[in-house]
Design a protein around this ligand. Sequence first.
Ligand SMILES: Nc1ncnc2c1ncn2[C@@H]1O[C@H](COP(=O)(O)OP(=O)(O)OP(=O)(O)O)[C@@H](O)[C@H]1O
Ligand SMILES: [Mg+2]
Length: 263
Amino acid sequence: MLNAHTSARAPFPQAHSSGPSLKVERVNVAYSEGKLALRDASLTLEHGSICGLIGLNGSGKSTLFKTIMGFLNPLSGTVTVLGRSSREAQKAGQVSYVPQSEEVDWNFPVSVWDVVLMGRYGHMNRLRIPKKQDLEIARDSLERVGMTAFKDRQIGELSGGQRKRAFLARALAQQGQVMLLDEPFGGVDATTEEVIIRLLTELKNAGHTVLISTHDLDSVRSFCDTVALIAGRTVLEYGPTEQVFTPDNLMRVFGGAASHAAS
Ligand SMILES: Nc1ncnc2c1ncn2[C@@H]1O[C@H](COP(=O)(O)OP(=O)(O)OP(=O)(O)O)[C@@H](O)[C@H]1O
Ligand SMILES: [Mg+2]
């Protein structure tokens, strides 16, 4: 059962911290020749912070996540995660990623438990035999998102919000220092959103770095330390929420409809 107290458990392990956590420098990315999906995009995230990535549909948020993950190679520019390339950081199990729901093949025949255990792969040997600690962490992660009762359910047989929680549990199980979440609030109910925000805040307090894209502008001010506005295929503004999340800036990104969210 998921309720506002679900995450009131032992604190997350403290993350190591020195230097910037994530640095994206002047990145250009294209899916096809001659058409940039991201242009000259830069962003720096510090340890122990939550950054909200905000922009219209098609503005390049998922492209930025995939570039940070190393799924897309930039034409130019660099991505540094914990002082390493994104590939090296991932090899070391330091980057957890919750993809946008549309990116996942929900027909893939795996259970919720399988998905969460995948979060531990980076910690297992080549044969991927989970140790006691892996099982304990996977169980704890499921519990934190209130999905224990759905452990044996195929992922295709979950509701939208349950799918998000299953993938969030996988990311928690991974225990990476950097967590990337691409629209975790899409289609989730208010209680689930509250629980996710609480979990992210706990991670931040344990020194982790969180980058989260969201269309829920009303909640940004309450939990994001910094905000990155993405428009015109680039990061238009980036910085402390109170400086960047302003009616004027939102007007630049969204037009009049959303500027009330900052007031
Ligand atoms: N696989 C792809 N091949 C070609 N173009 C793509 C591909 N994926 C995305 N694009 C294009 O790149 C641009 C940025 O897309 P992206 O998915 O990063 O946007 P987004 O900000 O995540 O949008 P949304 O809010 O809808 O998730 C869009 O113009 C999109 O059409
Ligand atoms: Mg997207």
